[in-house]
Design a protein around this ligand. Structure first.
Ligand SMILES: N[C@@H](CCC(=O)N[C@@H](CS)C(=O)NCC(=O)O)C(=O)O
Length: 208
């Protein structure tokens, strides 16, 4: 398998399936495309590999799977023993809902606090819309950890929902977000820290 990814410091979408390939212990090669070289240049390079013109894309034999969530679902089915989703039906539904909400939402947080793994931590002044997004993230994390236990969302040992929130955890660190200001009484902050200490994330971050 080959995973087509964008610049590691910035490409949150690319990071998610990469983390899950590592968690699954899968053999894969990486095709790295530097983003922000000028829209046309990046798009032309990406389009050689990915029909959507976007990264990530997973090449498996003759097949090309695009979109980070679809790739992660494919990996969960290819590597059932890796536990990328919770085994329990209800926990899996909650974990899927959390990952899907991340996939399609939090536009203000994503726009105002872009991931930049190379940036020095800074204190940002955040808009009301971003503050609302952060409170919702804290509520999702706190709710799932309380309902299913940890150490990761849905009670798994690191899975797809966690991969989807790892870029968020890195944004919180970069932009000096104190989760206690957004309703956390402890568990969300600890979970955020656990995401940033995962060996898969540390490996990705060491390669920026
Ligand atoms: N929903 C898609 C979003 C993919 C996406 O927006 N990728 C960005 C980079 S993170 C991209 O390829 N942009 C093209 C460019 O920067 O040239 C997914 O989950 O894979």
């Amino acid at each position: 398998m080959e995973l087509v990814i964008g610049t590691k410091a910035w490409s949150t979408w690319s990071m998610r399936p990469w983390l899950m390939l590592k968690k699954a212990g899968a053999e894969f090669d990486e095709i790295l495309i530097q983003l922000r070289q000028g829209a046309l240049k990046s798009e032309a390079e990406i389009s050689i590999h990915s029909p959507s013109g976007l990264v990530p894309a997973l090449k498996d034999g003759e097949h090309v799977i695009t979109d980070s969530l679809a790739i992660c679902e494919y990996l969960a089915e290819q590597f059932p023993k890796a536990g990328l989703w919770p085994a329990d039906l209800v926990a899996r539904a909650y974990a899927r809902a959390a990952a899907s909400e991340m996939h399609s939402g939090f536009l203000s947080l994503r726009g105002e606090c872009p991931m930049d793994l190379a940036a020095e931590p800074q204190l940002a002044t955040l808009s009301a819309a971003t503050a609302k997004d952060i409170r919702r993230v804290v509520a999702i994390w706190t709710g799932l950890l309380a309902r299913f236990g940890g150490p990761f969302l849905g009670g798994v040992e690191y899975g797809i929902a966690d991969a989807f929130f790892t870029p968020v955890a890195s944004r919180f660190r970069t932009y000096g977000v104190k989760l206690s200001d957004y309703g956390d009484v402890g568990p969300a902050g600890l979970y955020c820290q656990r995401l940033l200490e995962r060996p898969e994330f540390l490996e990705w971050a060491s390669e920026i």
